[in-house]
Design a protein. Structure first.
Length: 622
């Protein structure tokens, strides 16, 4: 197969740029214009083709794309231009940006300039400032030549990066990169513009009613000092946190009003309904996730099929993450937005989810045979822990059972413990999760009861606890630079290699002690470009189990693709395909079979899956 490397240069301006628009919005905008394209031909020759008189189009159409792989850096961008503007769909996509995420980790920048610097290649030379807001014919011949030379230089950098990254890039992962790019560049899903508009308006009406009921304005809530006054009027003293030093290096304190602050989380669950409503209104005044998403999807649907943008290896655990300012990774099953995403006419969405996959993998890898046996026998996996915690028999009640509501709540506590305590959750987290009703009806646990649920889990899952201890020893060995085998994993150079050769990065692993001697000490690691995360045995186990779950789902994805299914999206442990209506049942059964198939690197693990067939992303109502 031939490999063509390309890089488009396009018109942009201060308000028409990728920093302010999504990739899809930018490429499909009426103002979009290709200035030209640099191509590195398979033999090594690089050449610039300006768009004037369709020279770029002629060069691109001269390529036999049925036998050609296309290499780019940020292939979603170049690929959407290729498909949307020129109607070209290469046989295969290669993307150095995606490859860089897996090979270098999520804690480093993988821009073309950063990767060139990392591998000691010549820096980028495209003079972007010289053509901002200017069309090709408005540029002087000298600037045109600088743009052309810079673009040709970029395609050579991209090719050189590919040569370096491909030396150890796992072969299987190439197909996943290609599939990820195609979800965006070859879109098929339709958006229900009318329903998306209704959802947006309903949120707007809800916000207006909430503000009216509270007697405040959005401006009041957006001002930190004013919101603090509103809380004090309710008898609550706002909590503050130490922020970044000011220009003079002096300490600066900020209010703890971020949605991730514990103070705001507590306000959202405050027993005084007005206080809880104020907190909710405060967060919505700054940003309403539902409105933002429906707005972007709604406008996208007016421009064409919905482009699904996923970041390959966007998470430290190698899982995909949402990208392009539309997070396709967390559509709620049965949610209204899911109902607004439809299969094209004559087709249906086939959805399949790997059931309790993390719990199954965790207990199997740990050797917790009693839990594994319950999964293998298709028994209820949650009632055993609930029974041990409540010290009475807990069962899954049937309709009409007078104790149905009680049993549902108690079983939910067992479900929470089984699914969330496997990674070392502590009392406060358990208490807060139970109150939110994440795993069933909301349950109010005292601090003592939350600790007892934690301890009950650990007493009934000794092999899982032992796995945490082993992982703690692995951290020490990894930090010492040792190389060794660990179950189906290989550890070397502060990386943990998965069965297919992909890897988790711990090069930044370091022991940290609080400089102010507050007793805070332990391992930490950088999983993002900014900030550190605590690392300990149970957390390392969580990373590994999630990576193994991702690997299983990815390999099932490829088997479904090999069977001819058009995979259009995925959400963590869920795969979504679009198939012809008359083939939907067979496709569903095949997907379920593949998602339940034990992987060759863990042949005895009992897996299962569930799903549905629907006209939309949402599960059909019964």
């Amino acid at each position: 197969m031939n490999v063509i490397t390309l890089d488009f240069e396009t018109y942009y301006d201060q308000d028409f740029t990728l920093s302010k628009l999504t990739t899809e919005e930018y490429v499909r905008d009426k103002r979009f214009e290709v200035l030209g394209v640099a191509i590195r031909w398979d033999g090594g020759r690089t050449q610039w083709y300006e768009a004037t008189d369709d020279w770029a189009g002629e060069a691109l159409r001269s390529i036999d794309w049925s036998n050609t792989a296309c290499l780019a850096h940020h292939a979603q961008f170049d690929g959407l231009i290729l498909s949307h503007v020129y109607g070209i769909k290469p046989k295969f996509w290669l993307d150095t940006l995606s490859m860089g995420r897996l090979m270098l980790g999520t804690h480093l920048s993988v821009s073309l300039a950063s990767l060139a610097q990392h591998f000691n290649l010549a820096p980028k030379t495209v003079p972007y400032d010289l053509f901002r807001g200017r069309h090709w014919h408005e540029l002087s011949p000298n600037v045109q030549q600088m743009v052309a030379d810079g673009a040709c230089h970029d395609v050579q950098i991209t090719w050189d990066l590919f040569q370096r990254l491909s030396q150890t890039f796992p072969v299987e992962e190439y197909r996943l990169v290609d599939a990820t790019v195609r979800m965006f560049t070859n879109p098929v899903l339709a958006g229900d513009t009318e329903l998306l508009g209704e959802i947006w308006q309903d949120e707007e009406t809800h916000k207006a009613a909430l503000l009216e009921e509270l007697g405040v304005s959005g401006a009041d809530l957006r001002k930190q000092w004013r919101f603090a006054e509103l809380l004090r009027a309710e008898g609550i003293e706002p909590e503050q946190k130490l922020g970044k030093p000011d220009a003079n290096g002096e300490e600066r304190w900020n209010y703890s009003f971020a949605k991730t602050d514990d103070f705001m989380r507590e306000l959202l669950e405050h027993e005084d309904e007005r206080v809880a409503m104020l907190a909710q209104a405060k967060l919505e005044a700054h940003s309403n996730g539902v409105q933002t998403r429906t707005n972007r999807l709604g406008w996208m649907s007016t421009r064409g099929p919905l482009c699904v943008y996923l970041n390959y290896c966007g998470a430290h655990t190698t899982r995909w993450s949402g990208g392009d300012k539309v997070n396709w990774q967390n559509f709620k099953r049965g949610g209204r937005i899911g109902k607004a995403i439809r299969a094209p006419q004559g087709h249906l969405c086939v959805v399949n989810d790997a059931s309790q996959i993390e719990c199954r993998l965790l207990n199997y890898v740990a050797g917790q045979e009693d839990v594994v046996d319950r999964f293998r026998a298709h028994e209820d996996p949650y009632v055993a822990l609930a029974t041990a915690f409540y010290r009475e028999t807990v069962y899954k009640a049937k309709a009409g059972d007078p104790r149905a509501a009680e049993m549902e709540a108690k079983r939910g506590t067992g479900k929470q413990g089984e699914l969330s305590c496997g990674y070392g959750a502590g009392g406060p987290t358990i208490q807060a999760t139970a109150k939110k009703g994440t795993y069933g009806p909301p349950v109010i646990l005292s601090a003592e009861e939350a600790i007892r649920l934690r301890d009950t889990y650990r007493q009934t899952h000794p092999h899982v606890v032992r796995l945490w201890d082993t992982a703690g020893d692995v951290l020490k060995k990894m930090n010492a630079g040792l190389a060794f085998e660990w179950e189906m994993l290989t550890v070397r150079d502060k990386r943990i290699y998965l069965p297919n050769g992909s890897m988790l990065h711990y090069e930044t692993l370091a022991w940290h002690e609080d400089e102010e001697d507050k007793g805070q000490r332990g391992w930490r690691v950088q999983t993002r470009r900014h900030g550190w995360s605590k690392m300990y045995g149970a957390k390392l186990v969580e990373n590994i189990i999630q990576a193994l779950a991702r690997l299983h789902v990815a390999q099932a994805w490829l088997r479904c693709q090999d069977a001819g299914l058009d995979m259009v999206s995925m959400e963590h442990d869920k795969l979504i395909a679009v198939v012809r209506t008359d083939e939907s049942e067979a496709a569903y059964q095949f997907m379920r079979q593949e998602m339940s198939r034990p992987p060759p690197w863990l042949p005895g693990v009992p897996l299962d899956s569930e799903g549905y067939i629907s006209e939309t992303f949402a599960k059909p109502e019964k």
